[in-house]
Each structure stands twice: as C-alpha cells, then as structure tokens.
Write a protein that binds this ligand. Structure first.
Ligand SMILES: C[S@@+](CC[C@H](N)C(=O)[O-])C[C@H]1O[C@@H](n2cnc3c(N)ncnc32)[C@H](O)[C@@H]1O
Length: 272
C-alpha cells in the first residue's frame, strides 16, 4: 500500500472527522450559561492562569482580544498588565461574572462583547488588536476558519491553548463510571494545520496540578461531576467511589486528591 504523503493530508478535514467521533456533546451558549458559576469557582485557584501569563509575557502597551474569555480567567489579570482588553464570549452569564469581578477589583480597561466565533466581529466593532488569545475555547467545527479569524485580528501575535490528549477529562474517572471517553481531536491537528497554513507555531505545555486540595468529599466530587452529562444514581455512586479511592486526608482535615493523568494544555503561538 502506498504511504500517504504529509502534504496531501487535509488537517482541517481530519479535525472535522475526529470531532464527529468524540464522546462528549459540544456545548452551546445556554450550556455555558448554566456552567458559568461553577466553572468560575473551579478555575479560580488553578495554576493555569499564572502559567499561561508566564508563557504569553504580556507587554504594557498591548491591546489584547480574548476570544471565549469565560469569567475573565485571563482577561482580568491581563487588564492590569496591558493597555486594554476586549473580552468576547457567547455566554452572557460568563460575561456577567467577568464584569462583576472587574467591578469589584476596580478594573476599567476591559470592553466586553457578547458574540460567538461565527459572528461578524467587524460589525460588532472589533478591529485588530496587538495580540489575540483563545484560551481553552477553540471548540469550533471549522478550525481553519477560527485560526484565520484570530490571525486577521492580531498585529503581533496569536496565542491559544488546546487540549493534549484527554485535556481536562480524567480517563480513569470515565473507566470507573463505565462510560467511554473519546476526547476528539487535540492540539496535534492544530499545530499541523497552522504549519499547512504557512505559519511556524511554537508549542509549549501547561501541566496542571498533580495534587488538588478540597475541603470535603462533596467538594472533590463536584470537581469531577462536570465531566459527565446526566449521571444516573448508579453512575454517581461509582464516581464517588472513584474519587474516594484517589483522595487521602491531609493534616488540617482537608482532602488531598492525587490524579494519575494530569491535565495538560498545549500553548501554541505564532506571528499572524
Ligand atoms: C473552557 S471555557 C474557557 C474560558 C477561559 N478562556 C479560560 O481559559 O478559563 C470556554 C469558553 O469559551 C466560550 N465559548 C465556547 N464556544 C464559543 C463560541 N462558539 N463563541 C464564543 N465563545 C464560546 C464559552 O462560553 C466559555 O466561556
């Protein structure tokens, strides 16, 4: 059989096909609205933000477009370090949390935009920024179109994070619950597609915590429950048993959770 040549591979098409095989359903704006508060709580303490910012190395004079900004995970700390931030998301609830947090912190240089990847950003007044970022928010059916759009909206640099293998999902939890986990395409499609598009992407990795501290078992289970849609009572029991099996009590009464698969994100950046 003739070996395929790498130049003949259509990475966008392969990405689309791999996406159809994933075991989880894509989330719409209403799903993210429902998840906004718990997502904001869960991600608040993560090392992710500091690691992302260390790789981005923000500069004082920058304008930054943050696509799929969520509750302001990056937009808020970035606002203190750059000239201005435009924070775009299709979930109104995420933007509400961002605005509320910005208000509390006295941050006034963030403009929010309630829009999706597919909307006409120009019509919404969003022009080119120095830097465009999309952190954990590249859940799009047409990857090439999204990458081109980000490139068009940045003068100096584009930086995104994309899943490595399972991304934030824990395959051991899926095995314990008895559900299949087919995570869909990961960063390797994105890197190859960018190369095919004529870019030279750099790739670095953000490895999250191996150990997590929770105040109670319920708290720890909550940190896992979001991975599953509609758990049956039997599945819930299995999940609780799994979480119990990977936690130990710490001296101060807290629970220490140790995961075998540490969530890892690829930090991909390129010059537009
Ligand atoms: C996993 S969260 C990431 C939030 C934040 N960037 C972070 O890293 O913590 C994904 C975000 O992307 C947003 N999102 C998903 N699909 C989107 C779309 N088609 N258009 C705009 N925002 C979208 C969601 O509403 C959510 O806020």
């Amino acid at each position: 059989m003739q070996q395929p040549r790498v130049e003949d591979l259509d990475w966008n098409e392969m990405y689309g096909r791999a996406r159809q095989e994933k075991s989880w359903k894509s989330k719409g704006a209403a799903d993210w609205d429902r998840k906004a508060a718990s997502f904001a709580r869960r991600t608040k303490k993560s090392v992710y933000t500091d690691k992302f910012l260390a790789l981005l190395r923000p500069e004082k004079g920058w304008s930054v477009l943050d696509v799929g900004c969520g509750p302001g995970t990056l937009a808020l700390p970035l606002a203190r370090r750059v000239e201005r931030v435009t924070a775009l998301d299709f979930s109104a609830r995420m933007l509400d949390i961002l605005k509320e947090r910005a208000g509390r912190k006295g941050i006034t240089n963030i403009t929010t935009c309630h829009a999706g990847w597919d909307d006409d950003w120009q019509a919404r007044g969003i022009g080119r920024h120095d830097v465009a970022i999309a952190s954990r928010s590249l859940a799009v059916p047409d990857l090439r179109a999204a990458l081109e759009k980000l490139s068009r909206h940045a003068r100096q640099r584009v930086a995104i994070t994309d899943r490595v293998r399972y991304g934030p999902f824990d395959p051991d939890a899926f095995a314990a619950v008895g559900r299949p986990l087919r995570p869909g395409p990961d960063f390797i499609y994105t890197v190859n597609l960018l190369y095919q598009m004529g870019h030279l992407p750099s790739v670095e990795y953000i490895v999250l915590e191996e150990e997590m501290i929770y105040s109670s078992l319920e708290d720890a289970v909550e940190g896992y429950r979001w991975m599953f849609r509609d758990l049956s009572p039997e599945e819930e029991k299995r999940l609780q048993k799994y979480v119990r099996s990977i936690t130990t009590s710490a001296d101060n009464g807290a629970l220490l959770l140790r995961r075998r698969h540490v969530p890892t994100w690829a930090f991909i950046s390129w010059r537009p």
